[in-house]
Each structure stands twice: as C-alpha cells, then as structure tokens.
Design a protein around this ligand. Structure first.
Ligand code: ZN
Length: 138
C-alpha cells in the first residue's frame, strides 16, 4: 500500500513511468501532464524478453491528427533510425528499446498547448494500432 501511495505521489510530479511488453501493449492509455511542468520526463521500460528487432518499443508524441503520417514515414526510416522520422510534427521521441531495456525521454512542454489533442505511441511498424494513448496537458 505504501508503494501505491508513493507512485501516485510521483505521478503528480513532472514524470511518469510507461511500460511496454512482449504482447505489444503499453500499461497506460493516458498520460496527464500537470500544467505547471516545463519539462516532463517519461521513463520507458520494456518488461518483455524479445529483442528490439522483433518487438522494439519507443514513445513518440505528436498531435493526434499527425500520428498516421508519422508512422508511415517511420517505416522508411527503419530500425537504424529507431523508426523516428526527422519531421517537425514529431514533438518528442525516445530511443527504441528491446526486452529488459529502458530509456528516458525529456519532453519540452513549451511546444504543447492546452486543449490541443496529442497522442503518445510506439512508432515500430504496426505497433501504434495497440500501443497508443492520450497525452493531455492539464
Ligand atoms: Zn513497440
């Protein structure tokens, strides 16, 4: 129970932990950012065992309307570029990780507006259908 309280407490701060697994799922469907945060840290963990070539996960954030275009461009980029296109529509993107690995992404909240619709997703080919959620500025 102490653990639960502790994690809620850290959620109110400017960071969150997001976990991806071998079943192509994230453990969060929504990430809420307190409006007071200038930077927001996402700790991405891969709890599975599969390699990043097979089941790689990253976290990319864009306006919801730009997600499909970014995922199409990501396929052309390939794994060497972590499936992240060099495009201004990509507002934040982490490295690609495989099973047992983790990475950290620092998101510049200055690029985001309250009321706009944003989505976080994994840009590994095919994963965004399941691995996505709302990124909300409160
Ligand atoms: Zn993925």
């Amino acid at each position: 129970m102490i653990f639960t309280l502790f994690s809620q407490n850290s959620f109110a701060k400017c960071e969150v932990t997001l976990t991806g697994n071998d079943q192509m799922q994230f453990d969060l469907k929504k990430i809420e950012v307190p409006g007071s945060c200038k930077k927001f840290k996402i700790n991405l963990k891969h709890s599975g065992k599969l390699t990043k070539q097979v089941m790689g996960h990253n976290v990319v954030i864009s306006k919801t309307e730009d997600m499909t275009e970014i995922t199409q461009k990501a396929m052309a980029v390939g794994i060497k570029g972590d499936y992240v296109p060099k495009d201004s529509k990509v507002l934040a993107a982490s490295k690609l990780v495989g099973g047992g690995e983790h990475t950290t992404l620092s998101v510049d909240i200055g690029k985001f507006k309250k009321g706009e619709k944003y989505t976080f997703f994994c840009s590994f080919p095919g994963h965004y259908a399941l691995m996505k959620g709302d990124f909300l500025i409160k």
